[in-house]
Design a protein around this ligand. Structure first.
Ligand code: FE
Ligand code: CA
Length: 534
């Protein structure tokens, strides 16, 4: 039996004392070592592309749902050596780069390999090798250099994939489109167990809400075992942001409450430990740059990605730095709820921010004098005003999305207007519904200018909330389209002269082999912000 076997498997089959195996270096692999269990169960991923490279990801996990926190993935011991290969062809015949690296034991034996020095604007293929085991082959790509005239970019956007509530057919159909990049807009995992629905198609295997490193790791690992999600990651590079369920429902910054009739508010010091664990597990499972590893309990995931002279993609983080939700606190002030401004005047407070002051300043700076035709703002929650009315006909606002931070939204939209930014497209998730919205300088003035365009993808699987569609459209004339009856994804085709958004709906989230159809198409012309029929 080879020394490279993981301890758990080894003990299970041979029953040898731990002490002899725990000797430092027992995992040192020879080039021909054999794994008893396949180590690349979680697949591969690429992300954070630049004009000369990208990040390659994998995680060694022969026992991916191993519950022992000392042996995540069924591996213990020190960093594990791995080989990688990058090829200019799909069959991995023309290897243009190869080398030896080590997994990071402290990050559950994941790899975040930063590659530089490649040619701009083209695909590459890659794989990892360990002993006789080879990972699946993944496709990565470099972005065109900023000086290049770029004629087309195809983006997918996905959000809200509750594993228990459906199969990931949306991921499979998006992979079939082979987009240039996939934007993950949040709720990639769900931390909680659905104990309400009676039509779940499968279950979170550990049966508990994720609250610590072990349970968050297991949640990510279980999602990554899904063949459709694995294929999407292997097919197209990822740009990642998160929403609340990567940590806890409707959390904001360090504030979190349980929901229900009598919410329980968590001490921020305690919640910080939970958030640290969730952020670390996110890092361990995503193709993020090594410099994005969690530091002092925070993780910088916001950033700018330039695609030739065609587009800048601005990935924003709406969770980590936000101000407290309006009227947050006992007895009933949890993250997401509907309030009137009469009940909660703090909602309109001018100093409250969705992004935090540093990120807000950064974002405004990126949206000032860039050389790219389009700006795509990839973030997690609905930006357009969404008015609902209570029985007394007073407007109600949802406190968890941009409707809970109207001054912050106004600063951004005013900035776009003042800086002549005519070509900003905002992408969002969280709503479990498709929206197509005009973002206006003043949502309550029919004559106010439209300053940007918003496309909101529905969920990959997650169940929708209750809305009266005709009332919603009637009370919000800047919302051109709304449909919460279907699950799916967004597909964007970006060209210098036109940006087109396809709203893709799968036939049934409960069918693992669901089909797909185009539900709607909208477009935006440069210089004319706002939704147009395509
Ligand atoms: Fe969601
Ligand atoms: Ca959410």
């Amino acid at each position: 039996m080879d020394h490279m076997l993981n301890r758990r498997t080894f003990l299970g089959s041979a029953g040898i004392a731990i002490i002899s195996l725990a000797t430092p270096g027992w995992l040192r692999a020879s080039a021909t070592a054999r794994w008893q269990h396949y180590p690349f169960t979680l697949g591969v991923a690429s992300g954070s592309p630049t004009s000369d490279g990208f990040v390659l990801w994998t995680r060694i996990a022969p026992d991916p749902l191993c519950a022992d926190p000392r042996t995540p993935g069924g591996i213990d011991g020190s960093n594990l050596p791995l080989n990688f290969e990058i090829s200019s062809d799909e069959q991995m015949r023309k290897i243009i780069r190869h080398g030896r690296i080590e997994t990071e034991a402290r990050y559950a034996h994941s790899v975040h390999l930063q590659i530089r020095g490649l040619d701009a604007g083209r695909p590459y293929w890659y794989r990892f090798l360990s002993g006789e085991a080879s990972s699946p082959i993944g496709r990565a790509m470099t972005l065109p250099s900023s000086a290049t005239a770029t004629t087309q970019l195809r983006l997918g956007a996905v959000s809200c994939a509750h594993y228990e509530q459906g199969y990931f057919s949306a991921y499979r159909h998006l992979a079939d489109e082979t987009p240039d990049l996939v934007l993950y807009l949040g709720d990639y995992i769900y931390e909680y167990i659905d104990r309400v629905s009676d039509d779940l198609v499968r279950h979170h295997s550990d049966g508990v809400e994720a609250t610590d490193l072990r349970t968050y790791r297991n949640r990510y690992a279980q999602y990554r075992l899904d063949a459709d999600l694995q294929r999407l990651h292997a097919t197209a590079p990822a740009l990642m942001t998160w929403d609340d369920h990567e940590v806890a429902n409707d959390y904001g910054n360090l504030l979190n409450a349980s929901f229900g009739e009598h919410p329980v508010f968590t001490d921020p010091k305690i919640f910080k430990l939970r958030r640290n664990a969730a952020y670390q597990a996110f890092y361990e499972h995503m193709p993020l740059r090594p410099d994005q590893a969690p530091r002092a309990g925070g993780m910088r995931i916001y950033g700018r990605h330039v695609v030739g002279n065609l587009a800048q993609i601005l990935v924003a983080d709406t969770r980590q730095y936000r101000s407290a939700a309006a009227c947050y606190g006992p007895p009933d002030g949890t993250g997401g709820r509907l309030v009137t401004a009469t009940y909660c005047p703090a909602l309109l407070g001018s100093s409250r921010s969705m992004l935090g002051s540093a990120q807000e300043a950064w974002l405004h700076k990126q949206l000032s004098s860039q050389d790219q035709r389009w700006s795509v703002l990839a973030q997690s929650v609905l930006m357009a005003q969404l008015l609902r009315r209570n029985a007394a006909d007073e407007p109600l606002f949802w406190t968890d999305d941009w409707n809970g931070y109207p001054a912050s939204r106004q600063r951004l939209l005013k900035h776009l207007h003042q800086h002549g930014q005519m070509n900003t497209v905002v992408l969002g998730g969280d709503a479990h519904a498709f929206f197509a919205n005009d973002l206006k300088l003043d949502f309550n003035d029919s004559a106010a200018p439209v300053v940007a365009t918003e496309f909101v993808g529905t969920s990959v699987t997650s169940k929708p909330g209750n809305f009266n569609t005709s009332q919603l459209l009637q009370q919000n004339p800047h919302i051109h389209f709304f449909d919460n009856s279907v699950r799916g994804y967004l597909s964007l085709d970006i060209r210098p002269s036109l940006l087109t958004a396809r709203y893709q709906a799968i036939s049934d989230p409960r069918d693992p082999l669901a089909g797909v159809r185009t539900l709607q198409k909208f477009c935006v012309e440069p210089g004319h912000p706002g939704i147009q029929a395509a």
